[in-house]
Design a protein around this ligand. Structure first.
Ligand SMILES: [Zn+2]
Length: 383
C-alpha cells in the first residue's frame, strides 16, 4: 500500500513538473514588488477567525506542496556526539543523527559552560554559501557561540548536500522536503537534551536559513520564538530548490507568499530583521505592517518587532546579530550581560572561529555509518 502511494505521489509530482511547473512553482522574484504589495493588501484579514481559516489553508498547502502530509517515522538510532572542545564560556561538539533511515543530519552543538537548572534551546539553520559552507562561516560560528555564552544550548546543522551532509547534491528535486524533515528532527534532537526547557525554544537563520526558520515555525508549534533574517519578502519566494522547488505557495487559484507563511508564527514572539540591499528592502512599509496586522488580531503586537538596516546587505552581520541577541535575551530569559562589556556593548571576541576540520562530524575516527544512503537517486527513493 505504501509503495503504491509513493509511486502515485511521484507521478503527481512529475505531472506538475511536465504540465505546469511554471504555474505551480513560485520561484525567485515570482511577483514584482508592486504585485507583492498588492497581494498583501488584498489578503489583509480583520478577524482572528478569518485568519485561522486562512492559516489552516496555508499550512495545508505547505504540507501538500512538499509532500509531507505525514511525517515519516522517527529512526530509533541514538545520536553520535563526539570531539567535545572546551572554549571560552562554551563548548562545541560534533553531532550526527538519523532523520530518516540512512539519512544523517550533521552539525555542531554549542553549550554554555555555566551549569543551570534548565536551558533555553536555539536552532540555528544557516544560509547558502560556498568556501566555506554556511555552518563554518564566521557569521554562523559567532552567533552560535555567543548565544551559548548567553546561556542557551544551540544546534547548527548542514544544509542538504553541504559540509558533512554529502549524501546527495544540494540541488536535488526534493531538497525542500528533506530540509524540512531535518529541521523537525533537529527540533526533536535539541528537545531530547537533558535540561532543555520546552517553553524556551527558538529558531533563527538568515537567507535560506531564514526560509527554514519560518517554515519550521509555521509547521511546528514547539517553536516558541522565531527570528527570520533577511528573507521575509512579499515578492521574492526563495531562489533555491531547497526553498521553492516544490509547490508550497500555489495550487490552482490558491496563492500565498512568504509573508503570510512567516505570519503563521503569530502570536508567538518574532523579530523580522531586514536590510536595504535585498528583497527585504521594503519591510518597514510592506511586510512588517502586514505581519503586525495579524499579531493585532491576537492583541499581541508587543511580541512582534522589526529591525531594518537600510545601509546593510544580505547577511547575518554584527548589527543583525545584536538585534537577534537582544530579542532572544528578552524572550528566552538569557543573560545579555554575560556577553556585554562595561559600557553595555556586546562583545563577540570570546567566540573563536574554528576551521572546518575542527568542526567536522565524519572523519577517519568517526566514519559515516554503513547504513548511510548515498547518491541523489537513492535519497530520492526515500522521499
Ligand atoms: Zn538551497
Amino acid at each position: 500500500m505504501k509503495a503504491v502511494f509513493l509511486l502515485l505521489s511521484g507521478l503527481i509530482f512529475c505531472h506538475f513538473k511536465s504540465a505546469g511547473q511554471a504555474v505551480e512553482l513560485c520561484q525567485g522574484a515570482y511577483f514584482t514588488e508592486q504585485q507583492g504589495k498588492e497581494f498583501l493588501e488584498k489578503h489583509k484579514v480583520t478577524s482572528k477567525v478569518a485568519w485561522e481559516t486562512r492559516s489552516a489553508q496555508i499550512r495545508k498547502q505547505i504540507r501538500e506542496g512538499m509532500d509531507l502530509q505525514t511525517l515519516p517515522p522517527k529512526p530509533a538510532s541514538k545520536p553520535m556526539v563526539h570531539s567535545r572542545k572546551e572554549m571560552d564560556g562554551y563548548s562545541i561538539e560534533s553531532v550526527a543523527f538519523e532523520s530518516l533511515p540512512g539519512i544523517y543530519v550533521t552539525g555542531n552543538l554549542y553549550k554554555p559552560l555555566k551549569k543551570q537548572r534548565s536551558y533555553a534551546a536555539i536552532l540555528s539553520p544557516h544560509g547558502h554559501g560556498e568556501n566555506p559552507h554556511g555552518r563554518f562561516r564566521e557569521q554562523t560560528q559567532k552567533r552560535c557561540a555567543t548565544l551559548a555564552r548567553m546561556g542557551a544550548i544551540v544546534f547548527v546543522w548542514d544544509m542538504v548536500g553541504q559540509g558533512d551532509a554529502k549524501q546527495c547534491e544540494h540541488k536535488m528535486p526534493k531538497a525542500l522536503k528533506l530540509q524540512t524533515i531535518n529541521s523537525i528532527r533537529s527540533l526533536d534532537y535539541i528537545l531530547s537534551i537533558p535540561g532543555v526547557d520546552p517553553e524556551r525554544v527558538a529558531v533563527t537563520g538568515e537567507s535560506g536559513g531564514g526560509t527554514q526558520t519560518f517554515l519550521l515555525a509555521a509547521l511546528d508549534d514547539r517553536v516558541k520564538v522565531s527570528v527570520p533574517v533577511v528573507m521575509v519578502s512579499s515578492y521574492f519566494f526563495g531562489g533555491c530548490v531547497c526553498e521553492s522547488g516544490m509547490p508550497i505557495h500555489k495550487k490552482g487559484d490558491y496563492q500565498t507568499n512568504n509573508v503570510e507563511i512567516a505570519a503563521l508564527a503569530a502570536p508567538r514572539p518574532m523579530i523580522m530583521i531586514s536590510d536595504g540591499g535585498d528583497w527585504t528592502k521594503n519591510t518597514p512599509e510592506v511586510e512588517y505592517p502586514f505581519v503586525k496586522s495579524i499579531y493585532s488580531l491576537y492583541g499581541k503586537t508587543d511580541r512582534l518587532e522589526a529591525v531594518h538596516l537600510p545601509d546593510e546587505k544580505h547577511d547575518f552581520g554584527p548589527s543583525k546579530r545584536n538585534a537577534m541577541y537582544a530579542f532572544m535575551a528578552k524572550h528566552l530569559k538569557l543573560d545579555l550581560k554575560e556577553v556585554s562589556d562595561a559600557s553595555g556593548k556586546i562583545n563577540e571576541e570570546p567566540a573563536k572561529v574554528l576551521t572546518q576540520k575542527e568542526l567536522e562530524v565524519f572523519n577517519e575516527a568517526h566514519p559515516r555509518p554503513d547504513n548511510a544512503v548515498m547518491g541523489d537517486a537513492a535519497v530520492m527513493g526515500l522521499l
